[in-house]
Design a binder for this molecule. Structure first.
Ligand SMILES: Cc1ncc(COP(=O)(O)O)c(C=O)c1O
Length: 383
């Protein structure tokens, strides 16, 4: 059994994929060919933003957004420690200080009350109010990156109003939430800019790395387009800023256009798969707690994640399922404040108790649009 079954999807889409790839081989515009713009236009229309800028990965999408927002040395950016490394890595790569803020124990997303507390602590320079890196004491706070973990959009109503009060930017890390909605608003439309990932395992995944930035801001979009091609100006060898080589490959855009043809149907199937899991779990293992989906939210169900009552039971579940030939995953076993890469920030175990507890008790079950009901029954029975 696959944790994410990409083979069934490929089998279904093979003729369309081959047709799309052949078209690229025929026209030969491998760099920023017509498929990239076609994908940008299609996805911007779906999300409802004025602009979409394809780039080389979800990590680059986040990096480009922070570069467009002029984040650099002397700045601090708030984010969650319960996410993939890329979210905080881009802050550090630009010489700014990541300031971690704990998450809500039920949605696993940034807790706005704790964000408020962290901002207060930064303003007063008081580390007894909230754990802060020493380096953040001298930094100026520029904004926050919220993550839509496992496909559930963060609490943007609260986060955006808080950021507006404080004059901060909000970046939506929608790497896992493309296809989700909150009160009918699609993920990738929140904040000053959003980043998604087309990593193969994502809800809309390519056959390699890829990503996209979304924004309603014309000036920001222009900057993003320049930054992804070495800070290009009005012609190829004029460089008006320092940028990166962060373009989306034409071949990946072609793959994504083929996959786009079934994306909305796959989103509906994910809802059915998730609802079936929830129904089965209620009967068989009511002690396992499923990630809370807030009112008005439709998750993209990038992952189906559960909390076991204890760390020991989580590990027992994993080995029981492994023996039954069922793969599981742990996202994420080590919160970012405890990663060696961020040791220089000076955080300690116990600084973010919710994230640390989640890391010990969380487990994700196989989740993809082609999961059959009888397979799900077998998985839940094996729990
Ligand atoms: C929350 C989050 N942010 C950023 C990324 C980075 O995306 P990519 O792997 O496309 O660089 C990922 C990818 O796993 C992610 O899950």
């Amino acid at each position: 059994m696959d944790f994410i079954d990409l083979k069934s999807q490929q089998q279904r889409l093979r003729p369309l994929l081959e047709e799309r790839l052949r078209a690229v081989l025929d026209h030969g515009q491998y760099i920023l060919g017509p498929e990239v713009e076609q994908l940008e236009t299609t996805l911007a229309r779906y999300v409802g933003t004025r602009h979409a800028v394809g780039c080389a990965s979800g990590t680059d999408a986040l990096l480009l957004l922070l570069m467009a927002l002029d984040v650099g040395p002397g700045h601090a950016v708030l984010t969650t420690p319960f996410t993939f490394i890329a979210t905080a890595e881009v802050i550090a790569l630009l010489g700014a200080v990541p300031v971690f803020v704990d998450v809500d124990p039920e949605t696993f997303n940034l807790d706005p009350d704790k964000v408020r507390l962290a901002l207060e602590a930064l303003k007063r320079g008081d580390r007894s109010l909230h754990p802060l890196p020493q380096a953040a004491m001298k930094a100026s706070v520029r904004g926050l990156i919220a993550v839509d973990l496992f496909g559930v959009p963060a609490d943007y109503a609260e986060l955006e109003s808080l950021a507006e009060e404080e004059g901060l930017f909000v970046v939506e890390d929608a790497a896992q939430s493309f296809g989700a909605t909150m009160h009918g608003v699609p993920a990738c439309r929140f904040g000053h800019g959003a980043a998604t990932s087309f990593f193969p395992a994502k809800p809309l995944g390519g056959y390699g790395d890829g990503g996209m930035c979304f924004s309603n801001d014309d000036a920001m979009a222009e900057k993003l387009r320049s930054l992804r091609v070495h800070g290009q100006g009005s012609h190829r060898y004029e460089h008006v800023r320092v940028g990166i080589n962060g373009r989306l490959d034409t071949l990946q855009a072609a793959v994504l256009l083929a996959k786009w043809s079934v994306f909305e149907e796959e989103c509906r199937r994910r809802q059915e798969v998730a609802a079936r899991y929830i129904g089965l779990l209620e009967k068989v293992r009511p002690d396992l707690v499923v990630q809370r989906i807030p009112d008005g939210v439709v998750s993209a169900w990038a992952q189906f994640s559960l909390l076991a009552p204890t760390p020991e039971e989580r590990d027992a579940i994993r080995s029981r399922l492994q023996k039954a030939g069922i793969p599981t995953a742990v996202y994420y076993p080590v919160p970012l404040h405890l990663q060696p890469a961020f040791a220089h920030l000076g955080y300690h175990a116990g600084d973010f108790p919710v994230s640390e507890d989640l890391a010990r008790r969380i487990v994700s079950l196989p989740m993809h649009p082609y999961l059959e009901p009888q397979v799900q029954e077998h998985i839940v029975q094996s729990l």
